[in-house]
Design a protein around this ligand. Structure first.
Ligand code: SAM
Length: 253
């Protein structure tokens, strides 16, 4: 397939990723539920629980897309701390995805507040985000789409305040051979077929599966995070669902 990573020159990856997310933007939320059988919701809930943001936290949610992380974050602050001073800036390279996010926020309690803002920007060059300006940086299911993962993590380090936390939720590597076998069948056969059936777009979903295969395994990614200057606690990550996904985290000290 022309969406295969190995066949794509590095400089073409960004436009390919743009095309994929422009194609899937309107069906993105439905497809997420269909492909993960709803499990992505559990992972995202766990991601926010693991962050445990305090009142007034300033979050930068990069590759924020349709706002799943941003909304859960604000809901957590409201429900746990009765806090309406926490803020989130959603950043995404793709205006179609960000537009879906803005539309969605318009229907929530956060519409017309200053708690959520939106910015089109590449995770590799967060030019409009000042140094040491955010408490927490999140990137969920976004970093594997970026061309230079190390640049993304270094930008995260730049924009975080001292004591701030980098958190990434991403598909990762299953190391159980039995589960791995099922997972292979599911991702190589079923996901592209679901993409065709629900969104009429096999290629974009084929791309998503291949991008998951290309992303570095847990340990390697944890090392990239340490190389960018972050301090990790323990091994620096937590597996979710046998490593189908993982939460990586590091602190700027
Ligand atoms: N974080 C959301 C979630 O968990 O539902 C959206 C994840 S979606 C799979 C990936 C998002 O990454 C898309 O909205 C895409 O436009 C965005 N993206 C891809 N490359 C990017 C880059 N270089 N900089 C910023 N966003 C990027």
């Amino acid at each position: 397939t022309h969406f295969g990573f190995r066949d794509v020159a590095e400089e073409d990856k960004e436009s390919l990723v743009h095309e994929v997310f422009a194609n899937v933007a309107s069906k993105y939320d439905v497809m997420n539920d269909a492909m993960s059988m709803g499990v992505h919701r559990i992972w995202k809930d766990e991601f926010i629980r693991s962050m445990a943001p305090g009142p007034g936290t300033k979050l930068l949610d990069v590759a924020g897309g349709t706002g799943d992380i941003a909304l859960r974050f604000l809901d957590y602050c409201k429900n746990v701390h009765h806090d309406n001073t926490a803020t989130v800036k959603l950043v995404d390279i793709n205006p179609h995805m960000l537009g879906e996010g803005e539309k969605r926020f318009q229907k929530t309690a956060y519409a017309n507040t200053n708690q959520a803002s939106f910015l089109v920007q590449n995770a590799e060059h967060l030019d409009e985000i000042p140094d040491e300006s955010v408490d927490v940086y999140t990137i969920a299911f976004g970093i594997r789409n970026c061309t230079h993962v190390d640049k993304v993590v270094k930008e995260a380090h730049r924009v975080l305040k001292k004591g701030g936390r980098f958190m990434c939720l991403e598909f990762s590597k299953v190391d159980n051979p039995v589960i791995g076998k099922f997972y292979d069948i599911y991702s190589f056969d079923i996901i592209p077929a679901l993409g065709q059936a629900i969104a009429g777009d096999r290629d974009s979903y084929q791309y998503l599966v291949e991008s998951i295969r290309q992303f570095p395994p847990q340990e390697e990614f944890a090392q990239i995070i340490r190389d960018a200057g972050f301090k990790t606690i323990g091994k620096g990550y937590e597996d979710l669902t046998f490593g189908v996904a993982a939460i990586h985290s590091g602190f700027k000290i």
